[in-house]
Design a protein around this ligand. Structure first.
Ligand code: CTP
Ligand code: MG
Length: 380
């Protein structure tokens, strides 16, 4: 059975406020939409993913989804049902998982249960019991609503694609808040599977704070260190953190001898336990001869993000008697932040001399040390 994840992200997020539609707001360093898509795309039972976005949201969506294979973005409509319809029309697979972009954390176990149910049912949805008393309100508290047999219904919801399409064709009511409403009206048998509190939808302003707190407990912080040295030879300039710094001597080495980017790349690889720069970019490989070191950093960042890592911070100390780093510090920070997709506050560059001692003191070369802080953790 082939399964497509269809993530609807064409809403305006009016209740959440915050200036930008909630699906593009950052959560633990990543846009909400990216969390939602990544959670489904990396599930082994999901072969492809497509995203429905609002008119005029192309730029935000492309930035949020960079590097993820989601094909062509699909344009949604005014109501959620219009967006789902547009999405269903664009996909071809046996099954579909329709998911709200506003539910960033989808545990793989929920998808396992949904997919398993499709063997026996045309649809399946994650549900949770209601813990609080339910009541109607008027001007004051009205009649309680019995809660036995009542559940809260979440997304993603799994359906056999043909059955859901047919149900939507017959649906003529107002835009529903999910697909089970449409499926039930068409007489489809929809299984319930256990939902998960992590799937709570971001709807109101306070929901973001709660989600941040939840993330803080779910992710594991780790740190990596990197160190690199290149010797001076020939004429300058030197390249530090991708920035040309005027100097009477240059640095020699495989690639462009950018000690700063090499140390940071190694620190990132180290934080994720992914080996070292020499392993990923062997000096013996002609492809990397004279290569811009920004390629190494980009590659390391991609590897980390593929593994669901959030890069919180990188800090680098450049050890050299000369050239002076101070005047170039901000340019270097900005350049590294640009390559790594970080904000400038997440990148720190410092410099020191060794008081004339050692090889850096004798002005034989430049060394750099870096530390990277990341958080990782897949939601089980
Ligand atoms: N959605 C959509 N197209 C719409 C409306 C909503 O794709 N026309 C998506 C939202 O982006 C969200 C999901 O449906 O991922 C659930 O909707 P909701 O929580 O209501 O989000 P918004 O409509 O964006 O928020 P609000 O109703 O507060 O404006
Ligand atoms: Mg809405």
């Amino acid at each position: 059975m082939s399964t497509t994840a269809l993530i609807v992200a064409a809403g305006k997020g009016e209740r959440a406020g915050g200036g930008v539609p909630k699906q593009y707001r950052m959560l633990g360093g990543k846009p909400v939409l990216r969390w939602a898509v990544e959670a489904l795309i990396r599930h082994p039972a999901v072969q492809s993913a497509r995203v429905v976005i609002g008119t005029g949201q192309e730029e935000q969506a492309t930035a949020a989804l960079g590097g993820l294979d989601v094909g062509q973005l699909i344009e949604g409509g005014a109501e959620r049902a219009d967006s789902v319809r547009a999405g269903l029309a664009a996909i071809e697979s046996d099954a579909v998982l329709v998911h709200d972009a506003a539910r960033p954390f989808c545990p793989a176990s929920v998808v396992d249960r949904l997919i398993a149910s499709l063997e026996f049912y045309e649809g399946a949805a994650p549900v949770l019991p209601v813990g609080d008393t339910l009541a109607r309100i008027d001007a004051t508290l009205g009649k309680p609503v019995g809660r036995s047999g009542i559940v809260r219904v979440q997304t993603p919801q799994a359906f056999r694609l043909a059955a859901l399409k047919a149900a939507y064709e017959r649906w003529s009511g107002p835009s529903p808040t999910d697909e089970t409403t449409v499926a039930a009206a068409a007489g489809m048998k929809v299984a319930t599977v256990e939902g998960d509190p992590a799937l709570e939808k971001l709807t109101r302003p306070g929901d973001f704070e709660r989600a941040e707190q939840w993330l803080a407990g779910a992710l594991r912080p780790s740190t990596g260190m990197g160190f690199d040295v290149h010797a001076f030879a020939g004429e300058g300039p030197v390249i530090l953190g991708g920035v040309e710094v005027p100097h009477d001597r240059g640095l020699v080495g495989h690639s462009d001898a950018d000690v700063v980017l090499h140390a940071i790349t190694d620190a990132l690889l180290g934080a994720a336990g992914l080996g070292d720069i020499g392993e990923h970019f062997p000096p013996s490989d002609a492809r990397w001869e004279g290569a811009a070191s920004s390629l190494f950093l980009t590659h390391a960042v991609d590897l980390l993000r593929e593994r669901g890592a959030i890069i919180d911070h990188v800090d680098c100390t450049i050890i050299a008697e000369a050239p002076k780093v101070g005047p170039h510090r901000e340019a270097i920070r900005a350049h590294i932040a640009g390559i790594a997709g970080l904000s400038i506050e997440q990148v720190s560059i410092k410099a020191t001399t060794t008081e004339g001692l050692g090889f850096t003191g004798r002005r034989e070369g430049i060394a750099a040390q870096a530390v990277a802080s990341i958080r990782t953790g897949f939601l089980k």
